[in-house]
Design a protein around this ligand. Structure first.
Ligand code: NOJ
Length: 974
């Protein structure tokens, strides 16, 4: 058991860097996982194994709109238990498969999808089910190339594309919904009247009784942990008995699977079963505060997104298994081009969404159609965040801000961890150390910066704490297994209680707490804060120091009578959901919220950012943090990052510099450190490291327009900001396992952070048929029909960073103190020509803080370079009007006006420099469309159209003085 005391001890003793594995279950220590794996082993041992589940063809109905296939399902092993199956095809081709027990003794948890989905998906009106003797099939898709087949005996659901199997549910017969049952009396409790024959002793009597009521053989001989389960010193009372859900999902034609965050592991998921598995434990999804987690493991971490992509050069498909309970996933690769998975969940109905793809881009559209896209953050949230546990006083915060300014280092946000709060009563400032929180925030805001303050979900149980007392008075707290008494657990605040955010009555109340003005009537509101204070939600797994696996007892009771086990993985999401709503409605008109969450579920991307929790200051953790960011991106959560520097330990300057590179190229960029680490704000570094970090910070800021544009794309299309190779180049098999280099949005930027001590070089893989330019040296690399790895210099001050030929990047090169003061800064365009001397790029801008972009107050430009004689023609045009027919945007496109007030306000914001890489010939004259002749410099070098490598030619057009928000042309004659 871990108690608060042992945490505090950490402040005094050196950190021992090792996960307390015994705090967390292995599969064999979780009854239902043990049962699930045993079932799979039994099926494997019996060659003639067939799933006992069959579709009852007599009960089959197709709904009148043709949209749903509904049928009863029987299990040959439990003929008296009824199940219902429903298969629907959505408008976008997603297939939803649902199965539940019908008229069971109890009700299975069926609300997971309702928390994850943004709306009830629209059902296709273009489906015609063909029902035969053995199956029902529906063919659909624009080219009629997709088919879903429900086979009856045994039950199996298969999707096909062009006749090729894509996803198969229950193909291996591991489907099993443990039906609700009554507990058999223990031997000693068998009443006399039930002893079947006179003269039998109790043991024999039990055998006879068992024979009369056999458990199906594939469930095993024993009632293994059906009615009670003990782990370490905790006993789970399991009042509903066994109710687990096992399902095999096979991708017969896909050799790579990705996703199911969060694990500290490779992006390309590894085998956990079979001949020589890489891991022996299944990937586990059970949100947990895995203290000092391992850098290569299938152990659970803080969040769970049960989404898996399966990929091949042919197609990408994906599934979303909408389950909220603990889930274990076994993975095997029977061949290099196929994948078998087995999902074992503790409770809940079967509710699986099959996304047909066929490209990664389609998958992101289909998944975000279900659970929403990444919320577009405020622009300042993409700047650098400075955190530590803890800045100890308001004067400490002021002094940190001053030192950043003295060092001329940009930063946007200062963070306060739990020590700001009196006795860890969140919202309540410790007056001794933070006597003037509003003035402190105003001082930070005066330099155009923000504060983020932590609000955890454990509330100190004392009537003098208004937040706790109001929750008690309103009956909003999570209850113990008896369903009535308040649950008490131990966390930072000592004896604590947890608000049940599944209770709608908690929602409006929670929002009132964040109001910055007085609500009167003795109601609590956060008058000691301002609109410049944003929120960090930590410990929301929930983390409970004296609870089983450092979390909440599974038999605790939530709103609606559901047990904690049913919704554990969703719990953390509700906290950040409500907090982000509270921050949004705090001001009128509303402003974009910022909420960082540690725990998350499918859909959490709608509410803010996440980070990878308590990493260690080691090279392994630095490296795995990148893989975790990519895996989260696959799960739809784009706004992610790891603690720069590592939470535990004291990184040396070399490690810190490398870690700043990792952070500066992560969507969410925050440095954070444990309370007993040495101070390590970047201005404390000695030279040359101090200047290195300053340059890294400045590079991040120069690229904010690229990040913002990538976030805009994520928020409208679901595509990730940190984009793995297989997403960017889905046909390039050589890159399918790459997870240490990635692209930034659609910008064409490719980055490979260095995560090895002492490195001076790095190897970077470049995909086929492309040109790449080194961002700093302008070295041009060229690939042919095969991709290739190139070795590049990577001294400590260097980051392997490339621009893909054919891209145009928009940057802002003037060093500034924060993102907010850059909004009217001029732009540099970097044009990286492809083989045919063309390039294109996009830039998205809006006011960065309000929701006016949803009313069309935006600038969305396309820049192009096209060959023109021996030279090129560069141009800028409005992109929103070009996309009037596209449905991807939330902007009310039909009423969109390219000359909207926001765009007009940028009329004087200009392009101050255009850099062209790879131009074939020295220009003779450069003019704008208005005839104005421009100044330029040209350094000869390799041209993009030559079949050579070397330093690219460089053209710098000085001050073309064209506006960033209007149409223009620049003609480069050569
Ligand atoms: C655990 C979080 O993961 C960490 O970032 C934070 O500093 C501590 N809780 C204290 O709040």
């Amino acid at each position: 058991m871990r108690v608060l005391g042992s945490f505090l001890l950490l402040a005094a003793v050196p950190v021992t860097l090792a996960v307390k594995s015994h705090d967390f279950k292995t599969c064999s220590q979780a009854g239902f996982c043990r049962r699930g794996r045993a079932l799979s082993a039994r099926a494997a041992q019996h060659e003639s194994w067939r799933s006992p589940y069959t579709v009852d063809a007599d009960s089959l109905t197709i709904s009148t709109d043709q949209a749903s296939f509904i049928a009863g399902v029987k299990s040959s092993l439990y003929p008296n238990i009824k199940f219902g199956l429903e298969v629907r095809v959505h408008e976008d081709g997603v297939v939803r498969v649902k199965m539940d027990e019908v008229d069971g003794l109890r009700k299975r948890y069926d609300e997971a999808a309702s928390w994850a989905l943004i709306a009830d998906p629209k059902i296709s009106n273009n489906i015609k089910w063909k029902v035969g003797k053995k199956d029902a099939r529906a063919v659909y898709g624009a080219k009629k190339d997709v088919e879903v087949v429900v086979s009856f005996e045994p039950l199996k659901v298969t999707t096909f594309r062009n006749g090729k199997e894509q996803v198969v549910l229950n193909g291996r017969g591991l489907l099993h919904l443990e039906h609700f049952r009554t507990k058999e009396p223990a031997v000693a409790e068998i009443p006399e009247s039930e002893v079947p024959e006179e003269g039998l002793d109790v043991e024999d009597a039990q055998k006879v009784l068992k024979a009369a009521k056999p458990t199906a053989w594939f469930e095993g001989e024993e009632e293994d942990a059906y009615w009670e389960e003990t782990f370490s010193s905790w006993t789970d009372s399991k009042p509903k008995g066994p109710e687990s859900l096992s399902l095999d999902i096979t991708f017969p034609n896909h050799g790579h699977v990705y996703g199911i965050p969060q694990h500290a592991s490779s992006l390309d998921l590894r085998t956990t079963t079979g001949e020589s598995p890489y891991y022996t434990e299944p990937y586990r999804l059970y949100n947990a505060d895995t203290f000092e987690y391992l850098a290569d493991s299938t152990m659970s971490l803080y969040g769970s997104i049960p989404v898996m992509h399966a990929h091949s050069t042919d197609s990408t498909v994906a599934i979303f298994n909408a389950v909220g309970s603990e889930t274990w996933i076994d993975i095997a690769h029977p061949s290099a081009s196929s994948t078998e998975t087995h999902w074992i969940s503790e409770s809940g109905i079967l509710d699986v969404f099959i996304m047909p793809g066929p490209t990664p881009k389609d998958i992101f559209a289909q998944y975000s159609g279900l659970t929403g896209t990444q919320a577009l953050p405020a622009d300042w949230a993409l700047g650098y965040h400075q955190c530590r546990w803890n800045y100890v006083s308001s004067d400490d915060v002021r002094s940190v801000q001053q030192k950043f300014d003295e060092a001329d280092m940009p930063v946007d946000v200062f963070w306060l961890d739990i020590e700001y709060a009196e006795e860890h009563k969140y919202f309540i400032w410790d007056k001794k150390t933070f006597p003037d929180p509003v003035e402190m925030t105003n001082d930070v805001a005066a330099a155009s910066r923000k504060m983020v303050v932590i609000i955890d979900p454990h509330f100190k149980r004392t009537s003098s704490y208004p937040v706790y007392q109001e929750a008690v008075d309103r009956g909003l707290l999570v209850r113990q297994k008896d369903g009535t008494s308040e649950y008490e657990g131990w966390c930072w605040s000592g004896s604590s209680a947890w608000v049940d955010f599944f209770n709608p009555a908690a929602w409006d109340w929670w929002k009132t707490l964040f109001k910055t003005y007085s609500l009167g009537d003795d109601k609590f509101s956060w008058t000691q804060s301002t609109d410049d204070v944003y929120i960090w939600n930590d410990m929301n797994e929930p983390s409970i120091f004296n609870g089983p696996e450092i979390s909440m007892p599974r038999d605790n009771v939530h709103h609606g009578g559901w047990e904690h086990r049913d919704l554990h993985n969703i719990n953390g999401m509700l906290f950040s959901n409500l907090t982000s709503q509270a921050i949004t409605v705090r001001s009128d008109p509303p402003k974009r919220p910022f909420v960082l969450t540690r725990s998350f579920y499918a859909g959490s991307q709608r509410f803010g950012a996440m980070w990878t929790g308590d990493n260690l200051g080691t090279w392994e953790h630095m490296a795995v943090g990148i893989k975790m960011v990519l895996a989260n991106s696959i799960g739809g959560f784009a706004f992610t990052g790891s603690d720069v520097g590592g939470f535990f330990g004291n990184p040396d300057p070399e490690m810190l510099v490398r870690w700043y590179h990792v952070g500066a190229f992560s969507p969410f960029f925050r440095a954070h450190a444990h309370i007993d680490t040495k101070r390590r704000e970047p201005y404390l570094l000695a030279e040359p490291h101090k200047t290195m970090v300053k340059n890294i910070l400045r590079r991040r800021y120069s690229m904010l327009p690229i990040w913002y544009t990538a976030f805009r794309e994520a928020s409208t299309t679901g595509l990730p900001v940190a984009r793995p190779h297989y997403v960017a180049f889905p046909k390039d098999e050589a890159g399918f396992s790459l997870d240490d280099q990635y692209f930034i949005g659609s910008s064409g930027l490719l980055v490979k952070p260095v995560t090895e001590k002492g490195a001076t070089k790095a190897s970077v893989y470049l995909p086929p048929n492309e040109i790449f330019y080194d961002y700093d040296s302008y070295s041009l690399y060229r690939t042919a029909a095969q991709g290739k790895s190139v070795e590049v210099a990577a001294e400590l001050s260097q980051l392997p960073l490339f621009i893909q030929g054919g891209s145009i990047l928009s940057t802002r090169e003037r060093p500034r103190r924060s993102a907010s003061v850059m909004r009217r800064d001029p732009f540099t365009l970097q044009v990286a020509l492809d083989k045919s001397s063309s390039a294109r790029g996009e830039l998205y801008l809006d006011d960065g803080v309000t929701f006016n972009h949803e009313q069309g107050q935006i600038v969305w430009r396309e820049f192009r370079s096209e060959k023109s004689g021996k030279g090129i023609k560069l141009s800028s045009r409005d992109l929103t009007t070009q996309n009037l027919n596209s449905a991807v945007d939330s902007v009310a496109l039909t009423t969109y006006d390219a000359a909207n007030a926001y765009a007009q306000s940028l009329a004087s914001v200009r392009v101050e420099r255009v850099v062209v890489l790879g131009l074939g010939a020295k220009p003779t004259k450069i003019t704008t469309s208005t005839g104005k002749e421009l100044q330029w410099e040209y350094v000869p070098g390799i041209s993009s159209s030559e079949k050579k490598e070397g330093t690219a030619s460089l053209l710098v057009i000085k001050d073309p003085a064209v506006s960033i928000a209007s149409d223009w042309e620049i003609v480069v004659q050569a």
